[in-house]
Design a protein. Sequence first.
Length: 144
Amino acid sequence: MTGTRVTLRIDIVSAEEAIFSGEAEMVFATGAMGELGIAPGHAPLVTALKSGNIRVILPDTKKEEVFYVKGGMLEVQPFVVTVLADTVVRAHDIDEAAALEAKARAEQALASKSSEIDFAKASAELAEAIAQIRAVQRLKKHLK
């Protein structure tokens, strides 16, 4: 099988719609236990997804597609990856200014010693904003 490139199929679906469906050489995601790198022939697994980035390395071009996901599930079969997420946004659709503003608000809320602050909510908002900013930064890096 010399010269034959092996790929896997990836489907990324949000609660509202199918976001991406295609072939990939490699997929990276943040599961409940940490960062996963998924290549063709990967062992089957199912895991919860943390809010963060899904990176898809496209065949031949080595171009990288970056998606921000907020929660969800990841199912891996040897040649098929399925992402079922609550929210999915392509990195190029993220409003970086809004994400930076949300990060600043969450940091300010966490720094406040007010008893009215919901620290779990502020921490989750901070993590979400940081993940969105990282997605945008990763996209910018690969566009250079």
